[in-house]
Ligand binder design. Structure first.
Ligand SMILES: Cc1cc2nc3c(=O)[nH]c(=O)nc-3n(C[C@H](O)[C@H](O)[C@H](O)COP(=O)(O)O)c2cc1C
Length: 367
């Protein structure tokens, strides 16, 4: 396998407004990035099976169209944890934004705020969290459960003091993931080393000491509640059993996620886990809000996620493509591109408001 650091020159980034789909932006980014950056962002665990399955699974549904409904005004706005967003699309937490753009997470936060959505700041941020949280706009803070509770408490207290609106515990990496050849190479060859501000070293994937506390259970959320009363979000829930645990333990939102295929190779695609999670808690008055991420590449995927019961989706890699191409404007551009596609699909299916999107909006695709 040819592994190299020299990126071929792909030319100027395409204006996002001129694209017919986001795949062209992915292709541009892949050509622009040096191989370790490309692998670190685009790849997943093992053979990339989950990465591919995530995208494919949204295509298992077709849209059912209602006609002669008034779609002269289409409203994509939605509220998530009490905050109104321009569309049911949030920025997923991902580390390493400084690999995609010199202004890193600051530019991402500006793009998300200009669009009108929440950015989930990763604890693998390449920019000090002091410079990102508290910028105009809405942010949640994502973290892994570190072994040292004192350090964990200090990090979370700082995030809350800086204005984080929710704490998002990522639960799907209890042990180190098994990486494929390209990702292993990438970990050791990132330009300038792993630029992680909140964590001391790149234990996140490989290399350094693994600092995720594998002893953590649902009961430990009580300790978290002792630190803050802002909403708690658990990311990485994919089963009915865990959805019930989340509700029983007072979790405010769950994200159906498999870490964009970066944790477990041959995991289930998130589109296939969503109904199970939604149905498990739907009848409860204390049901957490259910969000989903993984392989969302089109506004149609957003519509399908909502029809399957999600309140909103998060997008990971596409935001990094936009960031790399055009900085803050690129992040805004990608989010707006997805929103416009969603708006078109809502119009075509006769669903002018998000609340009109339900199970009858989709049907299993026949191939
Ligand atoms: C480069 C990269 C870094 C990531 N870092 C984190 C992280 O620090 N914390 C986290 O919870 N998830 C992380 N994720 C997973 C994302 O939050 C999200 O679950 C995933 O990207 C969604 O899939 P998508 O990229 O297909 O949209 C990362 C994903 C990527 C691509």
């Amino acid at each position: 396998m040819a592994l190299h650091n020299d990126a071929p020159s792909p030319g100027a980034p395409p204006p996002i407004g001129d694209l017919s789909d986001l795949a062209a932006l992915s292709t541009w980014a892949e050509q622009r990035w040096p191989e370790p950056v490309r692998a670190m962002i685009q790849d997943g665990a093992g053979s990339n099976a989950t990465v591919q399955a995530n995208q494919q699974a949204w295509l298992d549904w077709s849209l059912r169209t209602r006609v002669l409904t008034d779609v002269s005004h289409i409203d994509t706005s939605v509220s998530v944890l009490g905050r109104k967003l321009a569309a049911p699309i949030l920025v997923a937490p991902s580390g390493l934004h400084t690999l995609a753009h010199p202004r890193g997470e600051i530019a991402t936060a500006e793009g998300a705020a200009a669009f009108g959505t929440t950015m989930v700041l990763s604890s693998g941020t390449g920019t000090p969290m002091e410079d990102v949280l508290g910028l105009d706009g809405s942010s949640w803070f994502q973290f892994y459960w570190r072994r040292d509770r004192g350090t964990l408490r200090e990090i979370l207290t700082r995030a809350v003091a800086l204005g984080a609106e929710a704490l998002c515990l990522t639960a799907d990496l209890p042990v180190r993931p098994l990486l494929g050849e390209r990702m292993r190479y990438a970990v050791g060859h990132l330009p300038g080393g792993p630029p992680l501000y909140v964590l001391d070293r790149s234990a996140h994937l490989s290399g350094g000491e693994w600092d995720h506390d594998a002893r953590v259970t649902w009961k430990d959320l009580e300790w978290l509640r002792g630190i803050t009363d802002i909403p708690i979000v658990v990311k990485g829930v994919t089963t009915a059993e865990d959805a019930v645990q989340a509700a029983d333990n007072g979790v405010n939102a769950v994200i159906v996620s498999n870490h964009g295929g970066r944790a477990l190779d041959h995991g289930r695609p998130t589109a296939r886990c969503l109904t199970e999670v939604v149905d498990a808690v739907a009848a409860r008055s204390d049901a957490p809000e259910v969000l989903v991420d993984g392989g969302i590449r089109h506004g149609r995927d957003v519509l399908i996620a909502l029809a399957l019961g999600a309140r909103a989706v998060l997008v990971g890699r596409p935001v990094l493509w936009g960031l790399s191409a055009h900085g803050a404007a690129g992040v805004h551009g990608v989010l707006e591109f997805l929103r416009r596609e969603l708006e078109s699909c809502m119009g075509m299916t006769g669903r002018p408001e998000v609340k009109d999107i339900d199970k009858t909006t989709i049907t299993e695709a026949t191939r």
